[in-house]
Design a protein around this ligand. Structure first.
Ligand code: NCD
Length: 306
């Protein structure tokens, strides 16, 4: 069996289908296990180093550590730390690893998690590296699809919105390409997914790109909506043009298959109308809960508690 103890989680590309399936299986059993053994990672410390804003990712890692009986060291205010004094990421990691058994890192630079993993002796979990990747989000997205649809194979999945700057969709497209999935990428022309991620997925599965959701709306099983990533635009005028480009309303949902589901990594801004939240197809709040379970499983695995 694959060894997860001590392993970094930097990119989805580092994982095989067999390994992702093992993570899904572990996630399935983690709730019961944590009830029976609430001290699964007792004595272990998880440092949370966030150099970018976050609500759910930070809180869900904190909650996951607590549910497994571990300690959290939270450094989410880089402005009050040595980073303000000019310390580089390498030094920060070299220091923090003395206090922690695992480091969860979110950083605005692409490649930051890879760099941290090369420097650190403890496992690094990438909780978002700029516009590049967000692998634990992709794992919880896979888990959500499996729980809500019964399986991932055989589905038609549409990723909608900011596919250029959205890191969650980069990781998710890589992850889905390991399954028997038809992938539809729906975005404005200027926010198409970068070629490297599209080509990677295309080597394994059928991928089609669209500007409008309309031609595929009736066919898809999963609609994964994303926010236009305002903070990544160099030009505010460019963002203003694309803001509100897609809007999922009750009308949109009524045109979908009755058993199709809508997911979103959150936060959502204006791309989903509030009335959709109450429709049975909307699964994004369940997705948040599955995220907690997935992160519990990942922490238990990399800390060697299973
Ligand atoms: C996402 C992120 O940070 O990339 N949020 C998250 O982790 N759930 C999505 C986003 O910010 O739009």
């Amino acid at each position: 069996m694959t060894e997860f103890r001590g392993r970094d989680i930097v990119s989805i590309a580092d994982f095989s289908r067999q390994e992702l399936d093992y993570i899904l299986k572990t996630t399935d059993g983690i709730e019961d296990l944590a009830k029976r053994k609430p001290d699964l990672i007792r004595g272990k410390t998880c440092a949370i180093l966030f150099f970018e804003p976050s609500t759910r990712t930070r809180l869900s890692f904190q909650a996951a550590v607590q549910r497994l009986g571990g300690f959290v060291l939270d450094m989410s205010e880089p402005r009050t730390s040595s980073i303000e004094k000019g310390e580089n990421l390498t030094d920060t990691i070299r220091v923090v690893q003395n206090y922690a058994d695992v480091i969860v890192l979110r950083h605005p630079l692409e490649g930051s998690a890879r760099l941290a993993a090369e420097v650190a002796d403890v496992p690094i979990i990438n909780a978002g590296s700029g516009a590049e990747e967000h692998p634990t989000q992709a794992m919880l997205d896979l888990y959500t699809i499996m729980r809500e649809m019964g399986s991932i194979d055989g589905l038609k999945v549409a990723l909608l919105g900011d596919l250029r700057y959205g890191r969650t969709v980069h990781s998710l497209a890589s992850a889905l390409s390991l399954y028997d999935v038809k992938l539809y990428l729906v975005s404005p022309e200027t926010l198409r997914m970068r070629r490297e991620f599209v080509e990677l997925a295309r080597q394994r599965i059928e991928v089609q790109e669209f500007e409008s959701l309309e031609p595929i709306l009736k066919d898809i099983d999963v609609l994964y909506v994303t926010r236009i990533q305002k903070e990544r635009f160099a030009d505010p005028a460019e963002y203003a043009k694309l803001k509100g480009y897609y809007k999922i309303t009750a009308e949109t949902v009524r045109k979908m298959k009755p058993n199709a589901i809508i997911m979103h990594p959150l936060p959502k801004v204006d791309e989903v109308a509030p009335e959709v939240d109450l429709m049975p197809q909307a699964r994004y709040f369940k997705q948040v809960y599955y995220g907690l379970l997935t992160r519990m499983a990942l922490l238990a695995l990399v800390l060697g508690a299973l």
